[in-house]
Design a protein around this ligand. Structure first.
Ligand SMILES: Nc1ncnc2c1ncn2[C@@H]1O[C@H](COP(=O)(O)OP(=O)(O)OP(=O)(O)O)[C@@H](O)[C@H]1O
Ligand SMILES: [Mg+2]
Length: 263
């Protein structure tokens, strides 16, 4: 039996503000296992804030986020606010994030991928070595000694993005969230990143289910390629939530200006 389609993240009436400015004003959304969901909205709409709330890097002012308990991933969802720091770390390992600025540590490629495997998942060293090499190969980088020793500052933007994706894949997470993964890349490099994200999405995230994928993006080519469910934030709320085909066909004056969807 598969449990594809089970709700794995439930966001209920989320509010978050900074210094009196309310960024999220009641966001509710449910993400199901195996879905590919694009989160769109103009710059400053609160997409990254929503992601940071989802991984417990920020705490909500109001509302709740329900996730599987790290010890009982197939049991009932639990309120993240009830989890302790150690449990939250393991929730974060289950929902790996490829951050907007890559957020690689200023160490080597090897250390970047190995750190969470060692400190959060506490895997034995041979397993860590295996996963580091596998993850690099999955993102099309040679798992050679020279690559493993390369330091962050020696990597190009496209390579940093690949290492950040490899770091997420090595966790073998149940879900991966990418924050603006193709920003600043030329179309051919962006296309290669689309391929990686799509390949990872097709891989198994849980028995009988595809990986659950969240992509925050402004990239129309990515949306056309993935045809995801689209969740659009506007004025701190979910303005649109539905299939790409409906999003594309919308003549809403709020949607048309942000995405040039004329064929
Ligand atoms: N830690 C913080 N402290 C204060 N304000 C913040 C903080 N994080 C985000 N903000 C504010 O929240 C608003 C939403 O920011 P957010 O980064 O979520 O936008 P975004 O939708 O991801 O935009 P972009 O597409 O440009 O990445 C912005 O006005 C931002 O300045
Ligand atoms: Mg952002």
């Amino acid at each position: 039996m598969t449990d594809a389609g089970r709700v794995v993240i439930s966001v209920e009436d989320l509010h978050k503000g900074f210094d009196g400015h309310e960024v999220l004003r009641g966001v509710s959304v449910e993400i199901r296992r195996g879905e590919c969901v694009a989160i769109v909205g103009r710059s400053g709409a609160g997409k990254t804030v929503l992601l940071e709330l989802l991984i417990g890097a920020l705490t909500p002012d109001r509302g709740r986020i329900l996730v599987p308990h790290p010890d009982r991933p197939d049991g009932p969802l639990v309120d993240m606010a009830q989890l302790d720091e150690e449990e939250l770390d393991r929730v974060r390992a289950q929902t790996a994030v490829v951050f907007q600025q890559d957020a690689l540590y200023s160490t080597t490629v090897h250390e970047n991928i190995a750190l969470a495997l060692r400190e959060t998942l506490r895997l034995p060293e041979p397993e860590i070595e295996r996963r580091v090499r596998e993850a690099l190969a999955e993102v099309g980088l040679p798992p050679s000694p020279a690559m493993l020793k390369t330091r962050r500052d020696e990597l190009s933007g496209g390579m940093r993005k690949r290492v950040a994706i490899a770091r997420a894949l090595a966790l073998r997470p149940r879900a991966i969230a990418y924050d603006d993964p193709t920003a600043g890349l030329d179309p051919s490099r962006a296309g290669a990143i689309h391929e990686l994200i799509w390949k990872a999405h097709q891989s198994l995230g849980a028995p009988g289910s595809r990986q659950t994928t969240l992509v925050i993006t402004h990239d129309k080519d990515l949306l056309r390629r993935f045809e995801p469910r689209v969740v659009m934030l506007e004025e701190g709320r979910v303005f649109f939530d539905g299939p790409w085909s409906q999003f594309k066909a919308s003549d809403s004056p709020n949607i048309r200006p942000y995405f040039d969807l004329t064929p």
